[in-house]
Ligand binder design. Structure first.
Ligand code: ACO
Length: 351
């Protein structure tokens, strides 16, 4: 028992929601297809010029307020994103500076949609070792930067023209990917708790780089220069996703990991109050739920409103559940998720 406790939370969704019909203005897709295949109804995109450190700042301020703290009460930042403001440095120091925490250690983690699970383990170790007393864990994503269209005015409906045939074909080529992602940020504040029974009860984490080709942005520092006209012509700046393969891994690995984490905690599935999963596709979480025979009401979902916000998803959902009173002190939560890397896992936490 570690004594890890969530004492504050916040979320930020930028701008207005964009519906599936908005997306159908720039590529060959439909509201019906997206709802049926993913459960997504809308998602948010941040405006050009805004990045994850900006989104994270808004979520962090809310988390700090909700805990009744001031920024200077925090002594460590863990920043999770796969869409950083810059290729380097990480976005943690930028967030720290915006919060007035210059000099406070800020570490970026890169475990994509499984990020929160890995961050929980790192945060728990920092708290146990005494290296930190109160940690801000943030997940933030600005996926809009890799969306496969330039005609934002057509998407937004301010320009009634049709996209060029070339632009339409390009966006349609990437439509499986483009429809699932949205922007947002979620922040949690964790500290060491002395309350009896509270903390991380078990962890079951995995990574497998042999699966990297199933989801990645191909551009990178193996090439000289790392971005070239050829990269742009071949769209290597847009994620390549083998959607069906990722889906198959998710619906087999996640139930295994949830079972393993619950067993390691010395519990049964019935002992767990909530199964809070990453939201990549509602069909994934429905299948995980069915394979484990979990009651519908124990597996919360919010993908319809936000799409897949990668590292931001779990803290956004936790914030919703804390604020609407679903998540109560003393409850046991199993968090689970899988993402590019490939990274996946589950953890059981008593709140
Ligand atoms: N609109 C209309 N038709 C579409 C769309 C779309 N947006 N996308 C794909 N299609 C078509 C395809 O072209 C294909 O047509 P065809 O049969 O004529 O060739 C058909 O629909 C089926 O395509 P699939 O790619 O097999 O569709 P699938 O049902 O697998 O859904 C999806 C695609 C939504 C991407 C799904 O595979 C999925 O959710 N995979 C998991 C994604 C995931 O978890 N990613 C991890 C993110 S986490 C992270 O780390 C970032």
């Amino acid at each position: 028992m570690s004594g890890f406790s969530i004492v504050g939370s916040g979320r930020y969704l930028p701008g207005r929601p964009y519906t599936n019909d908005d997306l159908a203005r720039v590529m060959d897709t439909s509201d019906e297809w997206i709802r049926q295949r993913t459960g997504i109804e809308q998602r948010h995109y941040c405006p050009s010029g805004q990045g994850v450190s900006d989104l994270a700042y808004e979520a962090s301020i809310k988390a700090i307020d909700s805990a009744g703290l001031k920024p200077t009460d925090l002594d460590y930042i863990l920043f999770n994103t796969m869409t950083p403001d810059h290729l380097f440095p990480g976005s943690g120091p930028l967030l720290g500076a915006r919060l007035g925490l210059n000099g406070v250690p800020a570490l970026d983690l890169r475990a994509q949609c499984a990020a929160m699970l890995f961050s929980f383990q790192v945060a728990d170790s920092l708290l146990q070792s005494g290296a930190a007393k109160r940690i801000l864990i943030v997940g933030a994503e600005a996926h809009s930067g890799f969306m496969p269209w330039l005609d934002w005015d057509i998407l937004e409906g301010t320009n009634k023209a049709a996209p060029s045939a070339e632009a339409w074909e390009r966006a349609t080529r990437h439509r499986g990917l483009a429809i699932i992602f949205g922007d947002g940020a979620g922040a949690l504040i964790v500290e060491r708790s002395t309350a009896p029974g509270v903390g991380i009860l078990s962890m079951d984490l995995h990574s497998d780089g042999d699966l990297v080709d199933e989801l990645l942005i191909p551009v990178g520092f193996r090439s000289r220069p790392y971005v070239s006209e050829q990269c742009l012509a071949e769209d290597l700046i847009i994620p390549r996703m083998q959607g069906r393969e990722v889906f198959k891994h998710a619906v087999s690995k996640l139930p295994q990991s949830v079972r393993a984490a619950v067993e390691k905690a010395g519990m049964t599935l019935d002992d767990v109050d909530w199964f809070v999963g990453h939201q990549a596709n509602d069909r994934i979480n429905s299948l995980v739920r069915d394979r484990l025979r979990l009651p519908h009401e124990k597996v919360p979902t919010n993908i319809a409103k936000y799409g897949n916000t990668s590292a931001a998803t779990i803290p956004i959902l936790v914030d919703e559940m804390r604020r609407d009173g679903r998540l109560k002190a003393g409850q046991t939560v199993c968090y689970f998720g899988l993402g590019a890397g490939m990274h996946w896992g589950a953890t059981v936490v008593r709140t």
